[in-house]
Structure formats: structure tokens, C-alpha cells
Design a protein around this ligand. Structure first.
Ligand SMILES: [Zn+2]
Ligand SMILES: [Zn+2]
Length: 165
């Protein structure tokens, strides 16, 4: 097995096992596994929408009202630098974060901008017919499927109706 692979959390692991994975990785990286960091990581584990740092901050604040946005930013950077979490892509305007580090692609809602995970095995292999352009070292493919999520696909009239009731 590739050495990096053994550190992968599996999507079917329960939250507590994923939290244990996180604590083990912190110890290995020599990072203090503070309460604040655990609350942040748990919020990411429980998120299904790939939150931005600001969205994550709002969620962490519910558990730790005294937390500052600056602290959340700093911890996100530490998490990213140590491979504890992933960033979805750099071209979405804002950084979007996730704890899921198993191979997967994304479904992107063009209305609410939420992103949902699509397991890699749900997509047939993508490959370049003629290989990458000269000099480009290809590492991985990421597929993004764009459309409307189930909530946004509901006809407007029905949504407006349900809002008023
Ligand atoms: Zn949507
Ligand atoms: Zn994802």
C-alpha cells in the first residue's frame, strides 16, 4: 500500500473514528490537539456543503463563542499545510474546505453554490487521449458536475408557497 494511503479516512467510518484519525494525525504532526481544533474538525466532518472559512467560523462559534475569525483562519492553514483537510479548488472565488480525503468528485449547484461529494467510483475513468501537454506533470483529475441541487430544483412557485406557510 502507498504510505500516504493508510492515513486516508474512509467515508464509511463513523464520526468518532474519524475524530480519532484526526487526533492521531495531530500527534504525528506534532500539533497540539486543542479543543478548538477538534471542534473545527468535527464541524468539517459534519458539513455536507464544503464550507468556506467564514461559514466554518459561524459554525464553530456556536460551540466556542469566544473564537475569532483570525484563529479559525490560522487553524485552517495549519490543517491544510499538514494534509488534515482538503481545499476543493482555487477557482471558486472563495476557498472551500472539506474533511473527506478519499478520492471523489463534486456535484456543484449553480444556484446555491453548495457542493456535494460524488465518490470517484461513480465516475468512469477520465484520461487524456494524447497525454498532458509537454512539461505538465499530471497528478489527478477532478470532475465537477454542475446543475441544480434537489432543493433548488423545486419549482419557484412551490418554494414561495412553502415559505409563506
Ligand atoms: Zn442548490
Ligand atoms: Zn468533497
Amino acid at each position: 500500500m502507498h504510505p500516504a494511503r493508510q492515513f486516508r479516512i474512509q467515508p464509511d467510518m463513523d464520526v468518532e473514528r474519524k475524530m480519532q484519525w484526526f487526533r492521531d494525525r495531530c500527534v504525528e504532526a506534532g500539533l497540539p490537539c486543542t479543543h478548538q481544533r477538534q471542534v473545527m474538525y468535527r464541524a468539517l466532518l459534519e458539513a455536507v456543503d464544503h464550507p468556506s472559512p467564514e461559514m466554518l467560523y459561524e459554525r464553530v462559534k456556536r460551540d466556542i463563542p469566544s473564537v475569532s475569525l483570525g484563529t479559525v483562519y490560522r487553524n485552517i492553514k495549519t490543517f491544510l499545510d499538514n494534509g488534515l483537510i482538503g481545499e476543493v479548488s482555487l477557482h471558486h472565488g472563495s476557498l472551500r474546505l472539506e474533511a473527506n480525503n478519499s478520492p471523489h468528485h463534486h456535484l456543484v449547484c449553480r444556484s446555491c453554490r453548495r457542493m456535494f461529494d460524488l465518490p470517484a467510483d461513480q465516475v468512469e475513468g477520465v484520461r487524456l487521449r494524447e497525454g498532458p501537454p509537454r512539461g505538465f506533470q499530471l497528478e489527478r483529475f477532478v470532475v465537477e458536475a454542475h446543475g441544480l441541487c434537489a432543493a433548488c430544483a423545486v419549482p419557484k412557485a412551490r418554494r414561495n408557497h412553502s415559505k409563506t406557510t
